[in-house]
Design a protein around this ligand. Structure first.
Ligand code: RI2
Length: 312
């Protein structure tokens, strides 16, 4: 019965019913805690083995958002050194609850810190649907700042629709534009706010496909480009030169299969994310404070607790 939640959650992350890097991480941790609760075994080694298997299933669902392995591993690390299943279970459950609480609190802190960068009268642009980036915009509005937003459509999955619904509900004047209209409007924009699925040690940000060309347009127009991301979206393994895998999704998200079948020489490419170089990023707002992208390494070292030594 309980295994159901694990496989259901894994399936919902894969098909993007559960989406957004932070939400994915929290859902995976919840599924892992639920699985731990349901495991009826008495041997701690077996318990650990089962938990590792479950962790693997969750991590494999989407390859890019590093929030997912970071969250799952932090729960799995709580398993270390217990002699009884009871004790290990307790440790896992409390680590999971702590992660979820910290993650929610991080979004609130980011909103407070990010909103300080938004001034009365600002026109903002956001891409995709990031609870961290939207949090900053909503908080600025809540503080009474008079703002206006440009929100992109976000081909092919259309997450912009979720964003404009949220902005509309808050009563924020919003312009809904197709992704390719960003260059046309960028000179009217004071500041771009986006989220992140992963941040590399060199400060490069992996986010929804299209983010990098928005950053390029913003750079050329001298428009500030701000990323809102929890510290657990920084990718420790990039210290070792590991590249962040860019997920390529089903071509049918872009072109209906029956149309594609009529075009044998056409290959549809559907990367879900792209990489924005640190040069185009002015600031990364984390729950620990706003940093220039060049300080990504210190976040990995100080808040994720990973060092190169661990891998020797
Ligand atoms: P929060 C999303 O990925 C978007 O790329 C978004 O910018 C990012 O996660 C961060 O979202 P997808 O799941 O964690 O839509 O800030 O592919 O909500």
């Amino acid at each position: 019965m309980r295994t159901m939640l694990l496989s259901e959650t894994a399936e919902s992350i894969k098909n993007m019913e559960i989406r957004g890097a932070g939400r994915i991480a929290r859902a995976a941790v919840e599924a892992l805690a639920d699985y731990a609760r349901s495991l009826d075994v008495s041997d701690p080694a077996v318990f650990r083995q089962e938990m590792n298997k479950a962790a693997g299933i969750l991590i494999e669902t989407r390859p890019t958002a590093v929030s997912l392995p970071n969250a799952v591993r932090s729960v799995i690390r709580a398993l270390d050194g217990f002699e009884s299943v009871e004790a290990a279970k307790k440790a896992v459950l409390s680590r999971a609850a702590e992660f979820i609480q910290r993650s929610e609190h991080a979004v609130e802190r980011i909103a407070e810190i990010g909103a300080r960068h938004i001034s009365d009268g600002d026109i903002l642009l956001t891409h995709c649907n990031s609870e961290a980036a939207l949090g900053c915009i909503l908080e600025a509005h809540r503080q009474g700042k008079d703002i206006e937003v440009y929100a992109t459509e976000v081909r092919p999955r259309g997450q912009g629709l979720i964003t404009i619904r949220t902005l509309n509900e808050a009563g924020i004047p919003t312009n809904y534009i197709v992704d390719s209209a960003v260059r046309h409007f960028i000179n009217e924009v004071d500041m771009v706010f986006v989220g992140a699925d992963a941040i590399a040690v060199n400060g490069a940000v992996v986010n929804k496909i299209g983010t990098a060309q928005i950053a390029l347009a913003a750079h050329e127009a001298r428009t500030n480009f701000i990323v809102a991301a929890e510290t657990y979206k920084f990718a420790p393994r990039t210290i070792l030169g590991e590249l962040i895998e860019i997920e390529e999704r089903d071509p049918a998200e872009v072109l209906p299969r029956e149309v594609a079948e009529e075009l044998p020489y056409v290959r549809v490419r559907n990367p879900a994310f792209d990489v924005t170089p640190a040069d185009y990023i002015d600031l990364i707002v984390t729950e620990q404070g706003a940093i220039p992208p060049e300080l990504a390494f210190t976040v990995i070292r100080d808040y994720l607790g990973w060092t190169i030594e661990e891998w020797r």
